[in-house]
Design a protein around this ligand. Sequence first.
Ligand SMILES: [Zn+2]
Length: 169
Amino acid sequence: MSKFVDVSNTKKSSIWRYFWESKASSEAQCQLCQRILKATGGSTKGLMDHLKLKHYDIYNQIQIQKASEPVTKRQRMDEIFKPKIKMDIQERISRFCAQDLISFSTLCNSKQIHEFFSKLGFNGPKAHKTVRKYVLEESQKVKNEVIEKLKKLKEDGKRFGHSRQQDCL
Ligand SMILES: [Zn+2]
């Protein structure tokens, strides 16, 4: 079963007010009609198409909002950048584990690491569970990126009329 969560606070695009995301399955659930859609790598294109087709008034609203975005950006720099920093921290923690082989418990218990995070305005991970979650989410993200790249290569292959080889992807 896919677990859908509200990600409107962590995503830049206001479209996430209307969709909940399941990172594990790269899906999004429309909160207006409960329909489940593909959202590979957090892509919003399919979601936009869905709004346009099924909930045109909402789609229209988002378009109007987008047009007035520069003003909002200036007012809420902080809100926009904070989620991004948070994502970077999550990625960094995962790399500590996966590449530098720092153990979960070191990450949870090291005073240095916690001081470093608190300087950036964030709490370091306190439980193994949290670190584990980060690592899993990051590996899923990397996987999605690779899938997207392969898809793109495949599309390019089609466009240039390559034969057979494309079936391998
Ligand atoms: Zn819908």
